[in-house]
Design a protein around this ligand. Structure first.
Ligand SMILES: *[C@@H]1O[C@H](CO)[C@@H](O)[C@H](O)[C@H]1NC(C)=O
Ligand SMILES: *[C@@H]1O[C@H](CO)[C@@H](O)[C@H](O)[C@H]1NC(C)=O
Ligand SMILES: *[C@@H]1O[C@H](CO)[C@@H](O)[C@H](O)[C@H]1NC(C)=O
Ligand SMILES: *[C@@H]1O[C@H](CO)[C@@H](O)[C@H](O)[C@H]1NC(C)=O
Ligand SMILES: *[C@@H]1O[C@H](CO)[C@@H](O)[C@H](O)[C@H]1NC(C)=O
Ligand SMILES: *[C@@H]1O[C@H](CO)[C@@H](O)[C@H](O)[C@H]1NC(C)=O
Length: 476
């Protein structure tokens, strides 16, 4: 009974409302299309309308011909207004934004559902027309109530990270904040920085270490356990494409410390190489490791403490701040104080010409255990940037769309040891331990493990090492 009563009230009210709207609508009584609508109703608001900037047609939509249903409430004047092409006759009953929206922007056919207010939304946030927001490596501009975004391919590809972490690949991936916002192109351009090895380097004879015998090689070997304090941890090259300098300086420093039996344990300065080994003007724009080893032999490097990394490695006043002269027997001495004035020792360290180690896994292991860490050239794929922990192997995303994410470039790292572990599929897998130059927040404290013995990412293709150049007075 009560419900019926309610329905009755409701239908009464709607009838009343309809009637009221009808009575407000002048078109019902309009004699024909060539006459204006009921002038009197709107006379008072005629001139006022032009000053209103609100959204009527923009929100309600535009209609063609004469369409008396194409009417919306004109709040400012407490009246109704129209958005049909009848308005082109300059009828005063039209919405103030008819001309600017329906005539100039021509948004046909009518959109009956209400649109967002002017501007764009993102989540629950509202942005004004012209606002710019950054979406990973792309920027989006709010233009005509829509986001117009640039279409760069970003270095961080969340779908690939998810794909790796869902699969059984033996390693896990992480969304690193330091890579977020970079394009794929920028990542490969600024975070690597070793030129492909020259034919000269590739044609070098391979040296083979004769000891120890294969059977004597341990299952696990970690350089820093055998030589505590004599090997050096990873630095951060940041956006300086100079892995050519970081890997060379680090291998040279370890080798000098090991060969001098701990007499010279200083880390060597990659900045010294970046700023001073500039014959081919690469520096932070990639370089060749042949050149780096040439510099270590002929000019030598001061310590990392003496010539630390610049805050802005890309700065243009990155001129060489070190100089040296020869004592006539090939040994060089610094002629300038350290760029870091707190460090007094500007001793220069030099190396022998580099030599190539065989690509044979056993030979590489022998070389490391006997003489210390070695330099390895590898091919970096896009997924390598996300490595967090485990044994790295390149993961190819099968997604069609991921084609544009595939990229490959040369990088140089330092191999410091090896081991075996149950990895992907529960299988026992052999790995190398390598130091990268992306800081300690990347990977396993700056290091990564990578499959051993299968030339994963060409890691076994070119292995380089050198001896420290120690004079008789240097020898312990
Ligand atoms: C104009 O509208 C008013 C008020 O809504 C109404 O009373 C009047 O009859 C209309 N005039 C004409 C000519 O239709
Ligand atoms: C989006 O922005 C680009 C460049 O800023 C411009 O060339 C293009 O016309 C815009 N597209 C749209 C649909 O506004
Ligand atoms: C990745 O990290 C960035 C910032 O570090 C964050 O804004 C973004 O939402 C993260 N993306 C995913 C998919 O987790
Ligand atoms: C470094 O400098 C080069 C050359 O001036 C420039 O092309 C590059 O964009 C800069 N890199 C960064 C990360 O600012
Ligand atoms: C690597 O060298 C070891 C001994 O030095 C040898 O037994 C082994 O067959 C070599 N492996 C390959 C793939 O040549
Ligand atoms: C490693 O792979 C690269 C590219 O596939 C190849 O050129 C190279 O000869 C391989 N090296 C070894 C030792 O298998």
């Amino acid at each position: 009974m009560w419900t019926r009563y309610k329905i009755l009230i409701f239908s009464y009210l709607t009838t009343e409302l309809c009637a009221e709207t009808h009575s407000l609508s002048p078109r019902e009584v309009d004699p024909g299309p060539y006459f204006t609508r009921n002038q009197t109703t709107f006379e008072g608001t005629r001139h006022k309308r032009a000053i209103f900037q609100g959204q009527y047609c923009r929100r309600f939509g535009c209609c063609e011909d004469r369409d008396d249903a194409c009417v919306t409430h004109f709040y400012e004047a407490n009246a109704l207004c129209y958005c049909d092409s009848f308005c082109e006759r300059e009828n005063p009953d039209c919405c103030p934004d008819y001309k600017s929206f329906c005539q100039e922007e021509k948004e046909w056919p009518p959109l009956k559902q209400p649109l967002d207010p002017e501007g764009c939304s993102r989540g629950s946030q509202h942005y004004e027309e012209g606002s710019v927001v950054k979406e990973n490596c792309n920027s989006c501009t709010c233009s005509g109530q829509q986001w117009n975004c640039s279409q760069h391919v970003c270095l961080v590809h969340p779908e690939l990270i998810e794909h790796i972490n869902k699969g059984d690949y033996g390693w896990t991936a992480q969304n690193y904040s330091q890579f977020w916002g970079m394009t794929l192109e920028e990542g490969f351009k600024f975070r690597l920085g070793t030129l492909p090895p020259s034919p000269m380097l590739l044609s070098m004879n391979e040296m083979t270490a004769s000891f120890p015998a294969r059977a004597d090689l341990p299952e696990v070997f970690i350089s820093s356990y055998k030589w505590p304090g004599w090997t050096h941890g990873p630095l951060d090259q940041k956006n300086c494409a100079a892995s050519w300098a970081f890997s060379t300086a680090s291998v040279a420093a370890d080798r000098i410390a090991i060969q001098s039996r701990g007499r010279y344990t200083a880390n060597l300065s990659p900045q010294n190489l970046i700023s001073c080994c500039a014959k081919n003007r690469h520096g932070c724009n990639s370089g060749s490791i042949d050149r780096a080893w040439w510099f270590l032999r002929k000019r030598g490097l001061v310590s990392h403490a003496c010539y630390p990394l610049f805050k802005d490695q890309n700065s243009t006043n990155n001129i060489c701040a070190m100089a040296s002269r020869s004592d006539g027997r090939g040994k060089r001495h610094a002629t300038k104080p350290c760029p870091n004035s707190f460090e007094k020792s500007n001793r220069i360290y030099q190396c022998s010409p580099p030599y190539r180690v065989s690509s044979n896994e056993t030979e590489i292991m022998r070389e490391i255990i006997k003489n210390g860490p070695v330099q390895a050239i590898m091919q970096v794929h896009e997924d390598f940037f996300y490595y967090k922990t485990g044994i790295y192997r390149h993961v190819i995303s099968t997604n069609e769309e991921s084609e544009k994410y595939r990229k490959l470039r040369t990088h140089a790292v330092k191999l410091t040891g090896w081991g075996t572990l149950r990895g992907a599929g529960g299988k026992k897998e052999k790995f190398w331990i390598a130091a990268n130059s992306w800081g300690k927040s990347w990977g396993e404290n700056g290091y990564f493990r990578i499959l051993r013995g299968v030339n994963e990412s060409d890691i076994e293709k070119l292995i380089i090492a050198a001896w420290g150049q120690l004079t008789s007075t240097d020898d312990p």
